[in-house]
Design a protein around this ligand. Structure first.
Ligand SMILES: [Ca+2]
Ligand SMILES: [Ca+2]
Ligand SMILES: [Ca+2]
Length: 751
């Protein structure tokens, strides 16, 4: 075997915390019963403002027609089936009123209730109530909600409550982690690395057998005890069966327990190269999705076009003045139809659209550079632009690049040349909501320096990539890129506020030095202009060991991508040799951590906590390592990329494959308003090839916070649509999967 990279730094792992999840249910079905300081997580409608005073929750309920016109509610209550509950509370009202009190499913199209009572409350004094009910549904658990319906009173009145408790058993989630032998459920390459991880407290080596599914033994060996793994919260052994080169379908057996089956074959990644791009077409905005192309289950009318309930994205006004952005607004509307929906909602964001578009273009640019562009050419993807003479990956990327161009502020207007940060609904919708049924008003958000530099970078890259296919488009892109870059220089610190999060994520980024580096790099690579060369050389990221971060690059941290492209394509740079060394050093460092990890993961977060989208961080680290392979031909880098796929395809503490349609226990209930089969059986799961964000130690959604509290990093995941902080899908994560899959498909046959 050719040599491993030499002089690896020591791969010291961080102190991973946590262990088995400890569901936070006992006594906490109502998370705020006493109102000692705050009213959250209770919510209200009808424009009311709750106040907590003297340990009591109060609101002024307006006069209204129907009980449900005025509601005080509490979400995120997970009830198991077949249990008994007692609901107690005290209320005081300033008028005699009839209340409706109910416990019901959160998603409740048929108006089911487990408890519904209509107490008549006499004004003035505190009244105590107590009701019992049973959870009589057939599902294993139900996400439920408590409501006090205060509407239907002819007079406005004050409603106060306290000591609100719901006693009974909460739902206790227990993951089925599958067999103790964790393998890459998709498969291994005949000549690639082949390792598995055994979860076991045994201190001595354990005998393993590799056998053909339905056949005989192919190899045997002994595991290597590897100690306690903090990322998994468990003691583990590693198993190396790399000497096996036989092809077929196999299982690995330890102590009589068989792993999930897996393949050993060379063409493992050929289908993933195109499947990983299936996510984009059904996520397009502004075009009807053709079931004959995307698959019948994905057919839907065009979203956010003129015929849409909210008028779509044809004439979108600016956000109404908000204090957190100095009351900025504008006097124009823009047609910002098209583009991709960012994730499982209907928002369209320039910064994560930017990295996603860039990564698709980069997939193509790399393939051309290494002489393997054929499998990404025309008529290779399931998109409407098959057969138009243009490589399909460029057709798909153009759908979003055209949208990004539309987000640029027109000439003659304030901040002309800058780019609006995002467009989305004024408040959040809930799942399921298909794009063409979205009723909420759309708004353009204030331009940002980050979004402007994203357009500069991606349009500059596009100008060289599209030039052989559409010279007019290429020159339009170059002009937009130069105009954006100049506008960013004139408005260098216009940051997106963190508070701008109603109806869409803020995508805040207060360091745009890396975006300047990326934009100057792309403009230089396209134009060869000394102006951009001087700018990129002056950037603080143009130095050893600062552009790369072991946590992985992402939409807010782009310096690594600039340096990878300078290493590949910066042939005019006198320092290109040094830059290539910087890339290799970054890859070597990642590999040193990967070898210290016990599940093959190319992700070792400095904090010891897995981030939101940890799988994408892992994939983006694979991009760095893959680039080192392209620069050097050292097969150790290719093998590190392949081994990192082990983790993503099931060699992890949960035995979970994170790519839909790949592996026997694959993620398929990712958070989405239209790939929402678990909410509505007539809707599909996400397309084959969709990667879930994956374990996230911070558990920001209510389901994950309830079910997974205390989890070791790898255990902070559940394949549930409601668990959006661990199970999202996004364009900028699937673009990473697409890039690495194309690399793997190219390199696997020559490994
Ligand atoms: Ca109280
Ligand atoms: Ca095409
Ligand atoms: Ca940044």
């Amino acid at each position: 075997m050719p040599g491993f990279p030499t002089q690896l730094p020591a791969g010291t792992l961080p102190a991973y915390g946590g262990g088995d999840p400890q569901p936070q249910v006992t006594g906490r079905l109502i998370q705020n019963s006493n109102f000692t300081s705050d009213f959250k997580p209770w919510w209200v409608n009808a424009g009311m403002t709750p106040k907590v005073d003297g340990g009591v929750f109060c609101v002024n309920a307006p006069a209204s027609a129907k009980p449900w016109d005025v509601i005080v509610g509490h979400n995120s209550i997970y009830l198991p089936k077949g249990k008994s509950y007692t609901f107690r509370f005290r209320v005081r009202t300033s008028e005699n009123v009839n209340l409706t009190v109910q416990v019901a499913p959160f998603y409740n199209p048929s108006n089911t209730t487990y408890l519904v009572k209509y107490p008549t409350v006499t004004s003035g004094a505190w009244r105590q109530y107590e009701y019992t009910f049973d959870s009589t549904f057939s599902a294993e658990y139900m996400l439920s909600q408590v409501q006090f319906r205060l509407g239907g009173s002819t007079k406005p009145y004050e409603f106060c409550m306290d000591d609100v408790t719901l006693n009974g058993n909460g739902y206790v989630y227990q993951a089925n982690r599958g067999p103790a032998v964790k393998v890459n459920q998709h498969g291994y390459l005949p000549r690639g690395p082949k390792r598995a991880t055994l979860v076991s407290t045994a201190t001595s080596p354990q005998a393993w057998t590799l056998r053909r599914v339905g056949g005989g033994t192919v190899a045997t060996g002994q595991s290597t005890p590897a100690g306690f793994d903090g990322s998994a919260g468990a003691s583990v052994h590693t198993i190396d069966f790399g000497s096996v080169t036989a092809t077929g379908r196999f299982e690995l057996v330890v102590g009589g327990q068989a792993s999930p089956p897996f393949d050993i074959r060379t063409d493992l990644y050929a289908s993933l190269r195109s499947d990983s791009m299936r996510f984009f077409y059904p996520n397009r905005s502004g075009i009807a999705i053709d079931g004959g192309i995307a698959g019948a289950a994905y057919a839907r009318p065009a979203g956010h076009v003129a015929a849409s309930p909210n008028g779509g994205d044809t004439q979108v006004p600016c956000q109404r003045p908000q204090s957190f952005m100095n009351n900025w607004t504008c006097d124009y509307t823009l047609d910002v139809t098209g583009g991709w929906y960012d994730a499982g909602d209907h928002g369209k964001y320039v910064v994560n659209g930017g990295i996603a578009t860039y990564q698709l273009l980069s997939t193509w640019e790399r393939a051309v550079a290494v002489g393997r562009s054929g499998p990404l050419g025309d008529s290779t993807l399931a998109i409407p632009e098959r057969g138009n003479g243009v490589p399909d990956v460029l057709d798909e990327a153009r759908w979003n690049l055209e949208f990004m161009l539309k987000m640029q502020v027109p000439a003659g207007k304030p901040l002309a040349g800058m780019v609006h940060h995002k467009v989305h609904d004024e408040s959040w919708t809930g799942p399921p909501t298909l794009p063409h049924l979205d009723k909420k008003a759309r708004q353009l958000h204030r331009p940002s320096t980050a979004a402007t530099l994203n357009l500069a970078a991606v349009a500059a890259q596009g100008a060289r990539v599209y030039a052989p296919y559409d010279a007019a488009f290429a020159s339009r892109l170059r002009a937009a890129a130069e105009r954006a870059y100049a506008a960013a220089l004139a408005n260098p610190v216009l940051y997106a506020p963190r508070a701008d999060r109603s109806g869409g994520g803020p995508y805040a980024d207060d360091d745009v030095t890396d975006e300047y580096y990326w934009a100057a790099t792309q403009l230089y690579l396209t134009t060869s202009s000394g102006t951009y060369l001087t700018a990129l050389r002056a950037n603080r990221y143009h130095n050893p060991a600062v552009a790369f971060d072991q946590n992985g690059f992402y939409w807010g941290s782009m310096a690594a991508l600039a340096q990878l492209d300078l290493a590949r394509y910066g042939s005019g740079l006198s320092e290109r040799g040094q830059i290539r060394t910087w890339v290799q050093d970054a890859a070597n460092r990642l590999i040193s951590f990967q070898r210290a990890e016990r599940f093959g993961q190319s992700y070792t977060p400095t904090s010891g906590k897995y981030d939101w989208g940890s799988n994408a961080s892992m994939l983006n680290n694979q991009v760095v390592i893959a680039t080192a392979y392209d620069l050097t031909g050292n097969v150790a880098y290719a093998d590190a990329v392949f081994e990192a796929f082990d983790y993503l395809f099931g060699r992890n503490a949960l035995g979970q494959s994170y790519v839909t349609g790949y592996g026997s226990n694959d993620a398929k209930n990712q958070h989405s308003r239209w790939y929402a089969k678990s909410f509505d059986a007539t809707l599909p799961n996400p397309p084959v090839g969709s990667v879930a964000g994956g374990p996230n130690s911070s558990l920001q959604d209510p389901l994950a916070a309830n079910w997974l509290h205390g989890c070791a990093p790898q255990l902070c995941y559940v394949d549930n649509l409601e668990a959006w902080s661990v199970n999202e899908i996004t364009i900028n994560w699937n673009s990473a999967l697409a890039w690495v899959s194309a690399f793997a498909a190219d390199v696997a046959p020559i490994r």
